[in-house]
Design a binder for this molecule. Sequence first.
Ligand code: HEC
Length: 434
Amino acid sequence: MRKVLISMAALVIVSGLPAVAELTEVPDRPTFEKDVLPILQERCQVCHREGGDDIAGMVAPMALTNYKEVRPWAKAIDKAVATNNMPPWDATELTVGQFMNERLMTDVERETISKWVKTGAQRGNPADAPGPKVFEDKGGWLIGKPDLIVKMPEPYYVPDFIRDHQPRIKFTITEEMLPEPRWIQAVECKPESENVHHIVGSAWAPEWEDHPEEFFSAGSIAAGEDPIIYPEGFGNLLRAGTEISLSMHYFKEPGSGTAFYDQSAVGFKFYPKGTDIKYKVTRGGISARGWEIPPRQSAWKIGASKTFEKDTVLISLHPHMHYRGQSMIYTAYYPDGSTETLLDVPNYDYAWQTQYIYKAPKYLPEGTRVDVMAVYDNSETKKADYAEINIDRAVDFGAASVDEMMIPFVEWSEIEKEDVDMYAKTSPRAEGTD
Ligand code: HEC
């Protein structure tokens, strides 16, 4: 795992986050069964257990469900939580409570673990332990069992002596697969081969010929990326005739005997029939083009902005950069002159392509401008983490991880005047901004 240095600012008490159970202060002599296990159950076991969540290929290497499993990892756990590497979540506390897939812990929880390790990682009395935490069986899908799974029509062959391969695979939803149009509530891509580096799916209907921008996301995965989940009342329509295009990236060490077949799939969860979905969701990037990051620059900034001309709600934010990506920050400039930090990721981690999905859609009044600032590190510091990068060259846009990207993804819907009050009322607002 990559070591990430964090500033003290990122360790400030996470005030809006409810602590596990009644853990409001650090016990004098914490024990595993009484004090530590409840924290692990709430903050870690969703991934760290037998059959834990597989977040686009990121699978936790060990279970942390009982003393025997945890004890050998005590020091590593202390370090992982003290440095904010675990649980994996790169946004600061500014947006605490806003995102449905948030993975954070409080300072008291962190310090309890630290004290437990310092005082000898005692087990304590098993009678003090909470009952085991039971997790829902989602059949290997983060979105739960899909209503429709569509596979690539044929297994795709990737030969021995190929390292990087990026085919685009297209197929059409047939009436057999989907007899009637259905509103999508969630989408997840499921790679078959472990050599799938990423998949970017999009969907498009032929009758949109005149509106090529009307495609929507048919899921995408890259390491640590969460699936697409739409909030109540928002979605996209899937029907026979919709074209699915999967932009695949296969990656392996070339050599004889390394050839493989892949038949990855996309799973869709639908709203119940007859659900009234008012708003389609658009996905796009607030990207800058035509930039170049000079050699050996450690803090090269690239900015971009987009003005939302109509009343809009944001559904999700998703910073995307490659190895040299260091930080990304989204800021809203409102028509009334106030500003708000929408998302602050001070230590971007390429291995965790987190999609920040709003619990309640974030309302932006018409005329709001969203600026994104991305910072890149093309210096020795990054080279220490990613030996394959060449810091003596200038880097520009490219699909390979050793090239760069500046894609601050956003999913949004324009809303009608009559709904403005409703969404404005439930819209989250960052603390500490004006
Ligand atoms: C969203 C899933 C997820 C959650 C939640 C999570 N982990 Fe992890 N953890 C992983 C994955 C995947 C890895 C291996 C890849 C990596 O290191 O990033 C890992 C690796 C680790 C490691 C090994 C680091 C090393 O030295 O190699 C430790 C220790 C750890 N996790 C502790 C924790 C603790 C403690 C928590 C809860 C406070 C936690 N994790 C929560 C997914 C998760």
